[in-house]
Ligand binder design. Structure first.
Ligand code: IMP
Ligand code: MG
Length: 178
């Protein structure tokens, strides 16, 4: 285990079980539709790759980059689009893929942003849900795992751009960021 990790919260095996379950739920709901999966970079990259491989349906993908954390562990509340999707979404069904929902600011913003751009529907899948610090009520259709209020890293999730490549999800030792 990495020296900065206090505890493994979700093992590689459990991550794959969660991904398989979500993939079959989404497959079922989006069958026969022409839809777009939109990954929120960078945290969702490993989750989205595994999710895509586990799904039976074909669909298009795109990515958006947003920022609200500025290298800390708490949301600033302001969400900025740093890189937008590269196609028209008028009349399209979108599924946003996020690594984790915490305050809810990012997903709340993105849902409104894509609806304003003319999407037909915007749904969301998040690997993790940390409900304790929610500021905005966001209806997320697909949730991988509800977790307690701790700062987690690995499997795409970072702290100050580190630890994204860990194959498991661990709780960062508080002394690393305090
Ligand atoms: P929200 O806007 O507060 O819901 O936060 C969403 C974003 O914050 C996620 O996409 C993550 O990038 C980041 N985030 C929130 N909690 C964690 C965590 O525990 N570890 C790593 N990133 C986190
Ligand atoms: Mg993120």
């Amino acid at each position: 285990m990495h020296k900065d990790i206090g505890e493994i919260l979700v093992s590689e095996e459990e991550l794959q079980e969660i991904v398989k379950r979500l993939a079959s739920e989404i497959d079922r709901d989006y069958q026969g539709k022409d839809w777009l999966m939109v990954g929120v970079l960078k945290g969702s990259v490993l989750f989205m790759a595994d999710l895509m491989k586990a799904m039976k349906n074909d669909f298009k993908i795109d990515f958006v980059v947003v920022s609200s954390y500025a290298d800390g562990t708490e949301s600033t509340g302001r969400v900025n689009v740093i890189k937008d999707i590269s196609q028209s979404i008028t009349g399209k069904d979108l599924l946003i893929v996020e690594d984790i929902i915490d305050s809810g600011n990012t997903l709340s913003f993105l849902e409104k942003y894509f609806m304003a751009k003319g999407a037909n529907s915007v749904k969301m899948v998040t690997l993790f849900d940390k409900p304790d610090r929610r500021e905005k009520d966001v209806p997320v259709e697909y949730v991988g795992k509800v977790i307690p209020d701790a700062f987690i890293v690995g499997y795409g999730l970072d702290y100050a751009e580190k630890y994204r490549t860990l194959p498991y999800v661990g709780i960062l030792k508080p002394e690393v960021y305090s």
